[in-house]
Design a protein around this ligand. Structure first.
Ligand SMILES: [Zn+2]
Length: 458
């Protein structure tokens, strides 16, 4: 990296942080309609910001939902083209009383910036813009073409992304896709994503009597839907932590000896991870390490349950209905639709007498696996090495980004998951934060990535 570029990054650190704060302070919550105007304002702010970075072509493109921000900096069609994807929308902030500082006031404590969106994903989007700016404002120019597509509906399931990408596939055509929306394995451990779990998200509804009943007058004579639901849920896993749905594991790829060895060699501290969760112990499927459980094995979790009386004090009631939301995190080669069907069939077979059980599939996404033996991954590893002072680790991700396989399919090129979210960074939770030193090193990494891709290809 040229002297110009590194001094530009050094000299502008404070301004970058001020602008990041401005971005974070726009409450772009996509799921709550009262923030609609703010989401639109955020898209506009972002477009203007990208323009002022020196990018030649920027546009806010409305959809039936939230607008897309699209930018193109094409210097020479013969050079490799990177398409950067990110999102400017954020999760809601509830419960707001658990935040130590207001969620939409960027507050710096101990070298971390606290705000909703600081790591997921505004902070990471901002790093890409600043890297472009550094390159363009120092007059170095770009050794590759860069296009940006930043959406405002990621947190509500990327409703319009697929149709938008297909309609604009010519305009957004690229050789590789870069996504910075994942995490680092350790505070100073540069990490490249090589796998993502998929998702099958289900709802179970158990209907009993036509209305809530007096638990004295009817209790013991009528099936209780809350208990029926609890029985169903409890039987979805056995004593080894394995999911009991017949056929659930049929398509799960075995962990190879190489994967096992690579996972064992990672500097992963189980106790730190446990402390991060605040749980009394780590538990899961017998015979697998924590990282294997998160990256290579599917999981089933109850996300929420509701039934009957949950207010203060006692109210004697036999509830009419009970409901639960259940997520299944999937690994290659599980098919989300097939898993949803197997789940429904199995849950229906568990329904006790005296209640009606309904199962609904709410949404799903495919798992994904990358090939790290490629020029693109070599380029990313080289770009990370100097700013972080070490080689990156290759990590799986327990979460789902269903759009990753979609990008791969539409643009027929590899996807690079270059994530900078800190472990324990509270994405989707109160007190979300981003490490500012990682933020700056990430900008430098991305600025270097352009050169590495220009040399190595994708
Ligand atoms: Zn995100």
């Amino acid at each position: 990296m040229s002297h110009n570029l590194s001094s530009y990054l050094d000299e502008n650190r404070d301004r970058f942080e001020t602008e990041l704060a401005e971005f974070l302070e726009i409450p772009s919550v996509s799921t709550e309609s009262r923030y609609t105007k703010d989401v639109e304002r955020c898209a506009k702010w972002l477009a203007e910001h990208i323009e002022s970075a020196g990018v030649s072509k920027v546009e806010v493109i409305p959809t039936a939902g939230k607008p897309f921000v699209v930018a193109e900096h094409v210097v020479n069609p013969d050079l490799p083209t990177l398409l950067v994807y990110g999102h400017y929308d954020v999760q809601p902030v509830d419960p707001e009383e658990l935040w130590d500082s207001p969620p939409f006031e960027a507050t710096v404590r101990d070298g971390k910036v606290f705000a909703r969106g600081s790591n997921d994903d505004k902070g990471q989007v901002h790093m890409h813009i600043k890297a472009l700016e550094a390159r363009l404002k120092t007059g170095l120019g770009m050794p590759v073409n860069v296009k940006l597509v930043i959406e405002g509906e990621e947190e509500i399931g990327s409703v319009h992304l697929e149709s938008f990408l297909r309609e604009n596939s010519q305009r957004l055509a690229c050789d590789a896709v870069v996504i910075s929306d994942t995490g680092m394995l350790g505070p100073d451990l540069p990490s490249i994503g090589i796998g993502l779990r998929g998702l099958a998200y289900m709802e179970i509804q158990v209907d009993g009597p036509s209305g809530d009943l007096h638990s004295g007058s009817y209790g013991g004579a009528v099936t209780n839907p809350a208990l029926a639901l609890a029985e169903i849920l409890a039987s979805l896993k056995d004593e080894n932590g394995s999911v009991t749905i017949p056929g659930f594991y049929d398509r799960v790829r075995e962990i190879t000896p190489e994967q096992h060895a690579a996972t064992e060699a990672l500097p992963f501290d189980e106790e730190d991870f446990r402390l991060e969760t605040g749980s009394v112990s780590l538990n899961g499927e017998t015979g697998f390490s924590t990282l294997e459980r998160l990256w290579y094995r599917p999981a089933l979790d109850v996300n929420g349950m509701i039934s009957g009386f949950t207010g203060e004090g006692a109210k004697t009631v036999l509830p009419a209905q009970a409901r639960a939301k259940v997520s299944m995190r999937l690994v290659a080669d599980q098919d989300p639709d097939e898993i949803a069907e197997l789940f429904e069939k199995h849950v229906m077979s568990l329904a006790p007498e005296g209640v009606r059980v309904h199962v609904k599939s709410l949404h799903g996404g495919w798992p994904w696996g990358a090939n790290p033996d490629s020029p693109l991954f070599d380029a990313a590893a080289a770009a990370l090495e100097k700013p972080f002072g070490r080689e990156p680790v290759y990590v799986g991700e327990g979460g789902s980004i269903p759009i990753v396989p979609l990008f791969e399919e539409i643009f027929e090129g590899p996807v690079l998951l270059l994530g900078f979210a800190p472990p324990g960074g509270n994405a989707h939770a109160p007190n979300e934060w981003m490490d500012l030193s990682v933020y700056h090193r990430g900008i430098e990494t991305i600025a270097r990535l352009y050169d590495e891709v220009a040399h190595k290809g994708v």
